[in-house]
Design a protein around this ligand. Structure first.
Ligand code: SF4
Length: 261
């Protein structure tokens, strides 16, 4: 099973988690579709996998995220990747396991990607009172892995080390080494509004060329890529040491987990 084509969907609401680095607040939306309408919106597309990740964290309300995934699978019988900063309670977890069981029986795979940016310094961007702690997110990843769900840790966006120190990233990889099948990273991207929200002066950052895999084209023209090549090299070294596969894009990671590489 080689995964080549993906589509992205999410709920239309602005994400309640309000991370300061998030570009989705600048994506205009004038509709609020029902879950059935969101699912129907990709009916004419061809794809191997649906990413539950686009303009919002659809698992901000896990009941909504779960319904979206269940209906996507009922209709399209496809692989599904969930990207979230949230975790599930026990009833929601059982519901996810049931979906995974149905998907596995039909030779499809469910991936859970947990996004994190740091430990103590995460509050430079994440509203830590609105979302589970990084340690709780990683603990939940471990629970999913033991239930045969493919798990990914997204250390994304990766911040410059003067904002989020390498030592925190190292700690995250150590904690996640047994919970994540792989790690994916990507640089912080900013525009004027994000810089203002993060309260970082533009001149304190170094920039570089980037690609738009993470942005999926949204606002790509207005974003600048922060140069975190040293931080990525450091992360690469830790992942090598702890034997955790590291990727810069999600599709190669998915294919790796499916045994295609
Ligand atoms: S959880 Fe994701 S979608 Fe929500 S604000 Fe944070 S980065 Fe944006």
């Amino acid at each position: 099973m080689n995964i080549q084509k993906r589509v992205l969907i999410s709920v239309d609401d602005f994400c309640p988690f309000q991370c300061k680095h998030c570009y989705t607040y600048q994506i205009e939306r004038d509709v609020k579709r029902t879950i059935d309408q969101i699912v129907a919106s990709i009916a004419n597309e061809k794809f191997d996998i649906v990413y539950i990740s686009q303009r919002s964290d659809s698992f901000a309300d896990p009941a909504v995220g779960l319904e979206l995934c269940e209906k996507v699978f009922q209709r399209y019988k496809c692989n599904i990747l969930i990207i979230t900063r949230n975790i599930l309670d026990n009833n929601q977890y059982q519901r996810l396991l049931e979906l995974n069981k149905i998907m596995t029986a039909q030779n499809k795979m469910l991936f859970w990607a947990c996004s994190v940016i740091g430990m103590e310094s995460a509050n430079v961007s994440e509203n830590t009172h609105l979302i589970p702690k990084t340690t709780e997110r990683i603990k939940f990843l471990s629970k999913l892995k033991t239930s045969n769900i493919r798990t990914m840790l997204l250390i994304r966006p990766l911040f410059p080390s003067f904002i989020i120190p390498n030592s925190e990233i190292e700690k995250i990889v150590e904690l996640a080494a047994n919970s994540a099948h792989c790690i994916i990273t990507g640089p912080l991207m900013v525009n004027d509004k994000i810089l203002m929200r993060l309260n970082i002066g533009e001149k304190t950052l170094k920039y570089c060329n980037g690609d738009t895999e993470y942005l999926q084209g949204a606002l790509a023209e207005s974003m600048k890529y922060v140069d975190v090549s040293d931080e990525i090299a450091h992360l690469d070294k830790i992942c090598n040491k702890l034997k955790v596969p590291l990727f810069k894009h999600s599709m190669p990671a998915i294919n790796f987990l499916l045994g295609n590489t």
